[in-house]
Design a protein around this ligand. Structure first.
Ligand SMILES: Cc1ncc(COP(=O)(O)O)c(C=O)c1O
Length: 402
């Protein structure tokens, strides 16, 4: 009796890497909307909450899943290599970084926690926060009270976080300024150049929650002197939930002690039995183990779309849509809550009616096929690059009150 079990050839999935067949090659400003099925159904103006996914993102996720279905672990080395080289290079290009400065995270909070828990605090140190931060950028600092680290709060002025007010909070025990690059509640866009110059003047680290910035606005971390930056992929990146990345400027890589380590934090060989806890020489040290490749394949497609469209042009497109919305909203007697000063605008536009209830208005809009958010009692729209003026027209038509 032959004991030889016929071994089928390993099926090489030619679509292993979505570069081969995601359809992005044909995408342009003229047809980008056709890659977003939601565009046919709704005026979706809520990308600052959860961004709608495109067909290339879905295709890329499926490619990865199909590869594991058909080949199990056989392409594991290629996955790791592709994620580290190709995906990180593209993310780096989008934000003006080097791929060695990128680590995958599952959400913004995870990156912020790397900084909060990895920083070499001394009792009596302090960190500066704004008093309107999303709680992701609050709780990780509050927890440091147990290590003797305090928070110094910058009071917003009518929703604005002024650099002079940050300056007034800095003292000789300040080690870090941690801010949202764009505030979630009102879209206030931080003056990053001035904030980073202030930090440099005082030898203070600048840490950003950039989930409301990257994907909508152009970012150049190196030019702006950012030390650490985190964002989840599920908003303006239009990438799957559970993806994100953390930027750690290479000059400060050794400042943080990675708070959670595992077999991916070290330059591992395939021989897992050599135990040497020597961190990788890049930001990959913050990835303790296998990453969410399924989601990352989708994020890669989303990044490729943005690179194809161009971050500067995406920013111009989005600001033009919010300009158009402002004009129409004022005609309908809505009040603009977001700052309209030069340099302070972003993809998030908040507004309200003097008497109308925001929650009721949102409900009516939803029934009319228009999606937006309520934040702090105000209405908030967040159009992305696949939206156009017809979406804003639908909003303006469906808004109650003249
Ligand atoms: C400014 C800001 N930071 C963080 C988050 C949450 O991020 P994550 O779930 O990626 O940690 C949000 C929105 O949910 C946000 O608006």
């Amino acid at each position: 009796v032959s004991s030889t079990i016929p071994s089928p050839a390993v099926s090489v999935n030619t679509a292993l890497f979505p570069e081969d067949s995601s359809g992005i090659e044909t995408l342009s400003w003229d047809n980008v909307a056709s890659f977003f099925p939601i565009k046919q159904r709704r005026a979706y103006l809520n990308n600052a909450s959860i961004g709608a996914l495109s067909t290339p993102v879905i295709a890329a996720v499926n490619h990865f899943m199909e590869d594991v279905r058909d080949n199990g672990r056989n392409h594991y080395p290629e996955w790791c290599d592709y994620a580290d080289r190709n995906i990180k290079s593209r993310i780096a290009r989008l934000i003006g970084a080097d791929r060695s400065e990128i680590a995958f995270v599952k959400n913004t909070t995870e990156g912020l926690v790397h900084v909060a828990n990895g920083f070499p605090w001394k009792e009596g140190d302090n960190v500066i926060l704004a008093d309107i931060e999303y709680p992701s950028n609050v709780y990780c600092w509050m927890k440091l009270a147990a290590r003797g680290v305090s928070i110094r709060w910058v009071k917003n002025r009518d929703g604005r976080i002024l650099v002079d007010d940050i300056r007034a909070q800095i003292d000789d025990r300040t080690r870090m300024v941690s801010l949202s690059a764009v505030q979630f509640s009102n879209g206030f866009r931080q003056d990053l150049a001035a904030t980073s110059a202030l930090c440099a003047e005082h030898g203070v680290y600048l840490n950003l929650d950039a989930i409301q910035w990257v994907g909508a606005l152009e970012m150049d971390v190196r030019a702006l002197g950012v030390h650490f930056m985190s964002l989840g992929g599920h908003k303006w990146m239009l990438a799957p939930i559970g993806t994100g990345f953390f930027y750690c400027r290479k000059e400060v890589l050794d400042v943080l002690d990675p708070p959670s380590v595992g077999y991916h934090s070290v330059d591992s060989t395939e021989d897992h039995m050599e135990y040497v806890l020597e961190y990788r020489r890049d930001a990959g040290r913050f990835e303790e183990a296998l990453a969410n490749f399924t989601g990352l394949w989708g994020m890669d497609a989303a990044v490729r779309i943005q690179l194809a469209l161009g971050a500067a042009r995406i920013e111009r497109h989005i600001l033009a849509l919010t300009d158009y919305a402002i004009e129409g909203l004022l005609k309908k007697n809505y009040r603009i809550v977001s700052s309209r000063r030069a340099g302070e605008r972003s993809g998030n536009l908040s507004f309200r009616h003097p008497t109308g209830d925001a929650v009721e208005i949102t409900q009516r809009l939803r029934e009319a096929g228009v999606d937006l958010a309520v934040r702090g009692g105000n209405l908030r729209i967040s159009p992305s690059y696949y939206n156009d003026v017809t979406d804003i027209d639908r909003l303006l038509e469906a808004l109650p009150f003249a």
